[in-house]
Design a binder for this molecule. Structure first.
Ligand code: PLP
Length: 222
């Protein structure tokens, strides 16, 4: 395994300039984040609220913290003051809670809607139909303290590249369709978050603008 520094520079050389790299640091110690930070990395992703707030307290204040995991409504308040982007917004109820906490903190919280694209039943997310209905409804535009800046999706965990690429491709198509239509005032689509260590090359080929990569940078997790 290369060092964190080597892995970061390999990845950065590979990613097109319009693609943002989120270094997924979940389960990894502060020192690993500090190492990546020292090499210029500023966007980090975590999937547990407790771990995210602990790390945010200890580490440099100019880090952009991305909440990439499933988020429970009762925990939104803990990250609302500082979170940079919430990737996994998967219900309208959660969006309303983020809006409420955004208001309390006098900020507009940027969010991605998670779309269910994988075959697996257990994955969270809106269906395409649900998202299209949400975009047409009056309820979205009134949430003044959230801004929806894109979509996020996870492909089936499979070696079959055709399955993975068709899932990413369907998400890109949905993104283009939504971006080309009438969007509520608090929607400004510019991010398509798809791709992890095992499938980011396929995601890039299908139009990803943000990849979330953990083990390829920091090594495998226990
Ligand atoms: C853990 C995680 C990643 C990164 O996974 P790797 O395979 O380590 O790159 C990306 N996205 C989400 C939502 C995750 O939970």
């Amino acid at each position: 395994m290369n060092t964190i520094k080597e892995q970061l520079s390999l990845l950065k050389a590979e990613l097109p300039s319009h693609c943002t790299l989120i270094a997924v640091s979940k389960t990894k110690p502060d020192i690993a984040i500090e190492t990546a930070y020292a090499h210029g990395q500023r966007d980090f992703g975590e999937n547990k609220v407790q771990e995210l707030i602990g790390k945010a307290e200890n580490l440099p204040k100019d880090i952009n913290w991305h909440m990439i995991g499933h988020l429970q409504r009762n925990k939104v308040k803990y990250i609302a003051p500082f979170v940079h982007l919430i990737h996994g917004v998967d219900t309208e109820k959660l969006l309303r809670e983020i809006n409420k906490q955004g208001k309390k903190n006098d900020r507009i919280i940027e969010c991605l809607l998670q779309i269910h694209i994988a075959k697996e039943e257990s994955k969270f997310g809106f269906s395409e139909e649900e998202v299209e209905l949400l975009f047409q409804s009056e309820e979205l535009g009134v949430l003044e303290n959230v801004r929806i800046i894109g979509l996020m999706g996870m492909a089936t965990n499979s070696d079959d590249t055709e399955i993975v690429s068709s899932e990413f491709s369907s998400l890109k198509q949905l993104y283009d369709k939504l971006a080309g239509g009438n969007c509520p005032s608090n929607v400004d689509l510019k991010v398509l978050s798809m791709g992890m260590s095992g499938d980011y090359k396929i995601a890039l080929a299908e139009g990803s603008t943000m990849v979330r990569i953990g083990s390829s940078i920091f090594g495998s997790r226990n």
